[in-house]
Design a protein around this ligand. Structure first.
Ligand code: SF4
Length: 62
């Protein structure tokens, strides 16, 4: 899995960073990918965060 955040769409709500702090962090006003998910559990939480993002800013490639 490769995850990216579209900084042009992100509204900086912080949900993804709260859900998976090892992967997402708020930098400035938007979320950024700090490191790619390394475990199946992190991948599952990233997937949930992508589904929950209110503006669909999280992109996942398998
Ligand atoms: S959940 Fe979506 S809108 Fe909220 S900080 Fe993460 S990427 Fe941005």
């Amino acid at each position: 899995m490769t995850v990216q955040v579209d900084g042009a769409r992100c509204i900086g709500c912080g949900m993804c960073a709260a859900a998976v702090p090892a992967v997402f962090g708020i930098r400035g006003r938007v979320s950024t990918v700090l490191s790619q998910p390394r475990t199946a559990a992190e991948e599952a939480r990233v997937f949930d965060a992508a589904n929950g993002c209110p503006v669909n800013a999280i992109r996942i490639r398998r």
